[in-house]
Design a protein around this ligand. Structure first.
Ligand SMILES: [Mg+2]
Ligand SMILES: [Zn+2]
Length: 269
């Protein structure tokens, strides 16, 4: 079992889409969203949209069917299966919500590859048959206080919690974090030396990192699409496993894998 934890963002990392945008687009809610956006936090706005869909007679099953149609790069599922097969722990850290993510992962048959999904909670109001979406942090009673993150979720705080629980168990894990969005910047700053940050090239987190890459302790390896994500993440895992084997004297491995890790460093200016 490799002591590697691969943390995936969901929207625009695993999926081609922001799932919220996909739902808004597919159900024709754009005008209503634009009307409410100036006065409503995004997470609360999506909860309102679920109320709107319910009042229009849309069922949970119809919402699930729309989610199952959301597109993704064909190499993402094989990449996730390979990472899992290599004995790495996989987690999702997302500002979408549990209903969207579980619906899609179950549909793809890869739910069991992930040991944990950390995201905004959601539940079906059984009486009304309406989907509710709640914030991960209760920002009214206990705000997270991070200025980089939206009020409902600080992914950096989640990463710190995971790091603390790993070390409380007396373990050491190498983290690989894969993401694209503004919300993935805060956790990238929390990664340690020996960890890897994989920002999606030309997406907001990559832009933020490129402003001052020296702020990250983790090594930065960019990717553009699912094919490159697969190639880079598998190469990093291979390199970590080789490195750990060399350290523990278990194998005389070639320099090739060690070289591979260097080949895909971030090219940001
Ligand atoms: Mg994202
Ligand atoms: Zn934060």
């Amino acid at each position: 079992m490799a002591d590697i934890m691969v943390v995936f963002d969901f929207d625009k990392t695993i999926m081609d889409w922001e799932c919220d945008d996909w739902i808004v687009h597919e159900f024709g809610l754009i005008d209503l969203v634009n009307e409410l956006l100036p006065t409503t936090p995004w997470n609360s706005l999506m909860d309102k949209m679920m109320g709107e869909l319910h009042s229009r007679g849309k069922t949970i099953a119809e919402i699930a069917d729309v989610l199952k149609r959301a597109t993704m790069h064909p190499r993402i599922v094989p990449a996730i299966k390979s990472i899992h097969a290599l004995g790495c722990e996989l987690r999702i850290l997302s500002d979408a919500n549990l209903f969207y993510i579980e619906t899609i992962l179950n549909h793809l048959g890869i739910r069991e590859c992930f040991s944990q999904i950390t995201t905004n909670p959601s539940f079906v109001d059984e009486e009304k048959g309406r989907l509710r979406i709640l914030p991960f942090h209760d920002f009214r009673s206990s705000p997270h206080g991070c200025s980089l993150c939206p009020p409902n979720l600080c992914k950096g705080a989640v990463i710190e919690r995971v790091q603390a629980s790993v070390s409380a168990e007396g373990k050491k894990k190498r983290f690989i974090y894969v993401g694209d969005g503004v919300g993935d910047y805060c956790p990238s700053l929390k990664l340690s030396e020996g960890d890897f940050m994989m920002p999606r090239k030309d997406y907001p987190v990559w832009d933020l990192i490129c402003q001052n890459p020296a702020l990250l302790k983790a090594e930065i390896h960019e990717w553009t699409d699912g094919e490159e994500l697969e190639r880079v993440v598998l190469r990093l895992i291979d390199a970590i496993i080789t490195e750990e084997e060399i350290k523990s004297g278990r194998s005389i491995s070639s320099d090739r894998e060690m070289q591979n890790i260097v080949d895909h460093r971030c090219a940001c200016p």
